[in-house]
Design a protein around this ligand. Structure first.
Ligand SMILES: Nc1nc2c(ncn2[C@@H]2O[C@H](COP(=O)(O)OP(=O)(O)O)[C@@H](O)[C@H]2O)c(=O)[nH]1
Ligand SMILES: [Mg+2]
Length: 384
């Protein structure tokens, strides 16, 4: 059954699935026979303490033992040990049917880098997927992934996938849990893989014990990974948003009194606007630091990160910080002269003083942040 130079590796991550693993392997074998495939069946066993490994072996699979816990760890281990030119992966709980995977093979042969199933565009057996996952969790995570990484899929958590072994081995992954499912799509998006989506049928799993997935913990792990890979969406865009909103509040107040529905906006709004501007500046600099860190460590290279790394130097950072500081001090000096003009009497320049403070504090922040960013670049090609 196990071909020497397989075209396809059927990869099954498995942790205590003795109720179903045999059946899942038989489905692979049925497809292999039906299509006369040169294939191997590889079970990446994650330290099962039931009969899973023995059953898998008897059913004709090759077993590789993954020492590290977690769905991602099991899959990465399996990918590293796969001999096939293409890999088709699916759960050991019989919720995906390998014997329906022929279109996956066709798509891989037609040069797709990644083929992913869609349960939402296909069919879902009653009771197979909780409503919360189907109508909220999966669509929301999918939408975020599509927006951040330019993919165009409909079911980011689908566990029936196929990929080109060379392509997947050319990128490095670090996640060990369920969030590996997202990391693969993030890499596919960043590296512009050719992705094919196929509607599939999803079935109730055949196991008696409860699912490994823990919805809130795992949902959060997906989300934080999606943020981690995109400094643009996690820092830079929110930072600009804060800066723009803060500016839109503070600047008009410098020039005139603003009245909304008979209420005059007092200095409190200027304070809010100013503080939003400072948090915007600080969030943007964190984003620049994150992009540069990711870039120089080769964690992930984005077009924006490359551009920032090419433009940023410590001296430029110092100049921007210094310019802000100088502008703030100039404005404060002007306020001081105005105060002298009224013989240190009462002066209605509170909003201007806030604007001056924003420039000074923002300048100090940029100044010191530049040294930190510079430190992150030490040892990289872009460091001068
Ligand atoms: N969660 C989890 N799943 C693992 C692990 N190792 C292997 N698996 C397998 O990964 C697959 C997916 O797990 P499952 O609980 O069905 O997740 P769900 O389908 O997303 O609810 C199953 O075949 C598990 O046996 C592990 O350490 N943790
Ligand atoms: Mg499952």
């Amino acid at each position: 059954m196990q071909a020497k130079n397989p075209e396809i590796t059927f990869l099954i991550p498995c942790l205590n699935e003795e109720a179903t693993i045999g059946l899942v392997i038989r489905r692979c074998r049925a497809l292999i026979e039906q299509l006369s495939l040169q294939a191997e069946i590889l079970v990446s066993d994650n330290g099962s303490n039931d009969q899973s490994a023995a059953i898998a072996q008897d059913a004709g699979a090759r077993i590789s033992h993954c020492p590290l816990r977690g769905y991602g760890a099991a899959l990465r281990h399996g990918i590293a040990h796969a001999r096939g030119q293409y890999i088709i992966m699916g759960d050991a709980d019989d919720s995906y049917r390998f014997d329906e995977a022929e279109p996956f093979i066709a798509a891989l042969r037609a040069n797709a880098d990644l083929v992913i199933g869609s349960r939402l565009k296909g069919s879902i057996e009653k009771g197979a997927m909780p409503a919360l996952h189907r109508y909220l969790g999966t669509p929301v995570l999918t939408q975020i992934l599509n927006t951040f990484y330019g993919t165009r899929i409909s079911d980011c958590n689908c566990g029936l996938r196929g990929f080109n072994t060379k392509k997947i081995n050319a990128v490095s992954f670090f996640s060990t849990g369920m969030e590996f499912a997202s990391e693969m799509l993030i890499q596919a998006g960043i590296n512009r893989w050719r992705i094919t989506e196929l509607p599939i049928a999803y079935y109730r799993d055949g196991r008696k014990n409860r699912a490994h997935l823990r919805r809130w913990r795992d949902g959060w792990r997906h989300l934080r990974l999606i943020m981690l890979y995109s400094a643009k969406h996690a820092f830079i865009l929110p930072g600009f948003f804060l800066l723009v909103v803060g500016t839109a509040i503070l600047i008009p107040l410098l020039f005139r009194t603003i009245t909304i529905a008979g209420h005059t906006l007092e200095i409190h709004f200027a304070i809010l606007g100013g503080l939003l501007m400072i948090s915007g500046i600080s969030t943007i600099t964190m984003g620049i630091a994150a992009e540069i860190f990711s870039h120089v460590r080769g964690f992930h290279i984005t077009a924006l990160g490359s551009r920032i790394a090419a433009v940023f130097t410590l001296e430029r950072g110092i100049m921007v910080g210094g310019a802000l500081l100088l502008a703030g001090l100039t404005l404060d000096t002007w306020i001081l002269f105005e105060w002298i003009n009224v013989q240190f009497g009462s002066l209605d320049k509170g909003v201007h003083a806030i604007a001056a403070s924003v420039l000074i504090v923002g300048g100090i922040h940029v100044f010191f942040a530049s040294f930190l960013i510079n430190l992150l670049m030490v040892g990289s090609k872009t460091y001068e």
